[in-house]
Write a protein that binds this ligand. Structure first.
Ligand SMILES: Nc1ncnc2c1ncn2[C@@H]1O[C@H](COP(=O)(O)OP(=O)(O)OP(=O)(O)O)[C@@H](O)[C@H]1O
Length: 311
């Protein structure tokens, strides 16, 4: 299909006798941001290492822009990677660092300087490109790392937990940058994260891994809506009424209770009418403090899917 930039088919990795990644398959397209989610040890980093040719698969295959993963050097020319916990040379300036990496990809000195200047601008470091990296904040280093991942103008960029350790403002900046890279350059972004709201905000597609296996591969809307024809209700009740509200709702035909981490709220999916469900709660004399209808948040969907393991 046109626009496909990354394709994995049955990708697997065993370490010794244990599988870290088992039969992972997905397809990504130009400008798509894919969120790679999962609890600790789910296989996110291993998946990124396989797709970036750092590890050789034990089974399965993948391609980047049509180039099979077995042609590792050609794949590397088409991808960029921001590894988890990347280190930076404190004495180099941001511009020097980027130009150096552009040179590693075969750019001439002049080209490398132009690439570096363009990238510091794009990632919002223009005013600090001439400063030593040692003086950069954590957020600035992450932006520099993202810029470095773009020096070869990749088709696909892999960002392994790019917002970890940043304060909320720093996280927002990085997310804005990632979204701009995908929409502005058309780069496919594979973003590994533990932070579900990030996925809801900027990802079009989500791949949830658990124990090395893909348990969800869907659009973010598909996950949060929980399937066609279902509507989600959120009923907030006093703390001592949560149990009773849940019991009443569970007894209504067509209603399924969903896990949630929100206090004093019962979240349910209904295939029939939501009004009947709400009426049942009110008829039982449970005081309803608020009721709203909408999609389930990704965090709730994640809890339902993984049975409570937090990402
Ligand atoms: N080099 C290795 N040798 C042996 N086992 C490994 C190796 N790398 C990863 N694993 C195992 O593979 C599984 C998946 O690990 P991976 O680091 O990919 O998970 P993750 O989803 O990135 O976790 P986290 O969110 O904690 O970073 C884990 O059980 C891990 O212990």
């Amino acid at each position: 299909m046109s626009g496909v930039t990354l394709e994995a088919r049955g990708l697997s990795k065993w370490f010794g006798g244990r599988s870290a990644v088992e039969s992972v398959s997905f397809t990504a397209r130009v400008g798509e941001v894919i969120g790679l989610l999962g609890p600790n040890g789910a296989g996110k980093t291993t998946t990124i290492r396989l797709l970036s040719t750092v590890l050789a698969p034990s089974g399965g295959e993948f391609s980047v822009a049509g180039v099979p993963g077995s042609r590792a050097a050609e794949v590397r020319a088409r991808i960029g990677v921001l590894p988890e916990g990347a280190g930076y040379p404190a004495r180099q300036t941001g511009v020097e660092y980027l130009a150096y990496h552009a040179r590693l990809f075969g750019r001439s000195r002049g080209q490398a300087a132009r690439v570096a200047a363009g990238l510091v601008e794009q990632v919002g470091l223009a005013g600090r490109g001439g400063s030593r990296i040692g003086s950069y904040s954590r957020g600035m280093r992450q932006r520099l790392g993202i810029a470095r991942a773009l020096v070869n103008d990749p088709v696909v960029v892999f960002l392994d937990e790019p917002t970890s350790g940043l304060d909320p403002a720093g996280q927002r900046e990085i997310l804005g940058l990632v979204a701009a890279i995908a929409s502005g350059r058309g780069t496919t972004v594979v973003l590994s994260t533990h932070t579900l709201p990030e996925v809801e905000e900027i990802c079009s597609t989500v791949l949830i891994l658990d124990k090395g296996k893909v348990i969800v591969y869907d659009t973010v809307a598909g996950v949060t809506e929980g399937g066609a024809g279902r509507r989600i209700g959120h009923v907030r009740v006093p703390p001592d009424e949560v149990g009773r509200a849940g019991e009443v709702l569970a007894a209504v035909p067509g209603v399924e209770l969903l896990p949630t981490d929100r206090a004093n709220t019962v979240v349910f999916a209904a295939t029939e009418g939501l009004n009947e469900a709400l009426s049942a709660v009110l008829d039982a004399g449970v005081p309803v403090l608020s009721f709203d209808v909408g999609g389930v948040r990704l965090n709730d969907a994640f809890l339902a899917i993984t049975g409570g393991d937090q990402p």
